[in-house]
Write a protein that binds this ligand. Structure first.
Ligand code: AHR
Length: 501
């Protein structure tokens, strides 16, 4: 039997408060995220606006907060004016990013309606196009969306039927502008200047908007870190956050390295924090730039699409990854990594929400169901609220090809305002159960409320159209709290949520 993994929790040793926006998500005009995902007029569950209420029910259960829109790569060719006004008059356009045809039947107004129905904490996180467009279009969109009335653009919104302003607070200044695949891709200098000028103009309309500058589209980019430093040198006083994007998948059958993906995510976060603080120090600024990890997930991006897709097809089946239990355990570990850095990660968006590398899948005219990754997200969004406690694990470890010696246990703990504590833990070991002992100094905890486990005898098990509930969480066995210590056994390759009060 493997030796126990251990850590100590103490109310005085904390990382920081969790910003609810850590549980954000992302809706891009990509594949079937919008069309036949969120929006399907004529579907038996569609509401008067064409939103699928079966999907809305699952979205509310999932609990996303900030919802980023409309891209992604899509935003770099997005003409916001196309997406408003009478639906039948909206133009059809080529979407260069995904080689699809965009009908614009779902646009800004429909998105805001969706967000308002998506749960009490849902808020829009709007991206502006800094690929093919610039300052003028960004401030025109802001005026259309947020100005109450009395100008041509605000009155246009009102004439379109939306009397109340949308009140969008959080804005992304473009998307992945460092990537050569991005329409209108720029150098760090070019983008930094444009982002600064756009931010300045947007703040002239509303000094309280919150702005995200594009960081690198991945830590493996050749320009990584230098990009952030150059962009922030231009924008430091004008923006609140810098973005990070990361996707992980199993390569060459190296599952141990895949299970340790959060090592890379945590290193990425720490390097971006260091870069932000370096620029702040150079500028002699007291201000801290926070992180917006506004695209993260497991994504098998190099696996060929199993669906046949024609060029310029409307709402094709793209990026419809079907997640295994193993993927969900890695996904949970990524959530743990975000929580462990809650002092600086102020926003994070699971990319994406429906059908496209998503926790929710739908069939046109048919059902909607939960992928394996749905469960860790919903549990973290519900119980990962409060103060993150500083967790330093003493864990058995093993050698991984990519990350060297790696702890088998990956964990964090969050203390809610009522004093209850939730431990989130992953056993990265594929074959052995991992005994866990947690010393609970001074927390006044006496009871295990629940130990929920996501694991399966078949780590390849998945939920599919024909077997929608093949994988669901089950109760852990033998979990106990006595004499100020929690003891539990973490099944091999498992995601665990242990709630204490
Ligand atoms: O989420 C899918 C794509 O991944 C986004 O459009 C882009 O920003 C990233 O490369």
């Amino acid at each position: 039997m493997t030796r126990s993994a251990r850590f100590t929790l103490h109310p005085d040793f904390t990382v920081g408060e969790v910003n609810p926006r850590l549980f954000g998500s992302f809706v891009e005009h990509l594949g079937r995220c919008v069309y036949t995902g969120l929006h399907e007029p004529g579907h038996p569950t569609a509401d008067e606006a064409g939103l699928r209420t079966d999907v809305l029910d699952l979205v509310r259960e999932l609990g996303p907060t900030a919802i980023r829109y409309p891209g992604g790569n899509f935003v770099s060719g997005f003409r916001w004016e196309d997406s408003v006004g009478p639906v039948d008059e909206r133009p059809r356009r080529l979407d260069l990013a995904w080689k699809s045809t965009e009908s614009n039947r779902f646009g800004l107004s429909e998105f805001i309606d969706f967000v308002r129905k998506a749960g009490p904490e849902a808020e829009p996180m709007m991206a502006v196009n800094l690929g093919t467009r610039g300052v003028t279009e960004a401030i025109e969109l802001q005026e259309y969306a947020n100005h109450p009335a009395g100008t041509e653009l605000s009155e246009r919104r009102r004439a379109h039927g939306d009397k109340d302003p949308y009140g969008i607070k959080l804005w992304c200044l473009g998307n992945e502008m460092d990537g050569p695949w991005q329409t209108g891709h720029k150098t760090a200098e070019e983008y930094g200047r444009l982002a600064a000028e756009t931010a300045r103009a947007m703040r002239q309309i509303d000094p309280d908007v919150e702005l995200v500058a594009c960081g690198s589209s991945g830590s493996g980019m050749d320009t990584f870190a230098e990009w952030e430093a150059t962009v922030l040198a231009e924008t430091y006083d004008l923006v609140d956050h810098v973005s990070l994007h990361a996707y992980y998948w199993e390569k060459d059958g190296d599952r141990d390295s895949f299970l340790a993906s959060a090592v890379d995510m945590e290193t990425f976060i720490e390097k971006v924090v260091a870069t932000c603080d370096h620029v702040g120090a150079k500028l002699k600024s007291e201000k801290k730039i926070n992180l917006s990890f506004d695209e993260w997930n497991v994504w098998y991006m190099d696996t060929p699409n199993p669906h046949e897709v024609a060029e310029w097809e409307e709402a094709p089946r793209l990026l419809e990854d079907v997640y295994s239990v193993t993927d969900a355990v890695v996904f949970g570990s990524l959530l743990i990594a975000l929580l462990r850095h809650a002092d600086r990660v102020a926003v994070a968006c699971l990319a994406q929400l429906v059908n496209v590398i998503a926790p929710i899948m739908t069939e046109p005219g048919g059902p909607a169901w939960r992928q394996t990754t749905f469960f860790p997200f919903a549990q973290a969004a519900k119980y990962g609220r409060g103060t993150v406690l500083d967790v330093r694990v003493d864990s058995p470890s093993h050698e991984t090809k990519k990350y060297g010696e790696t702890d088998l246990l990956h964990a964090t703990a969050v203390r809610a305002d009522d004093g209850s504590v939730t431990v989130f833990a992953v056993n990265r070991g594929q074959t052995e159960p991992l005994p866990l002992e947690v010393a609970l100094a001074g927390l006044g905890l006496t009871e295990v409320v629940e130990h929920s486990v996501l694991a399966d005898a078949n780590p390849e098990a998945r939920n599919t159209l024909v077997d929608q509930e093949r994988v669901t969480p089950h109760a852990g066995e033998g979990t106990a709290l006595a004499d100020g210590a929690l003891t539990a056994t973490l099944e091999p390759l498992s995601w665990n949520v242990i709630r204490l009060r």
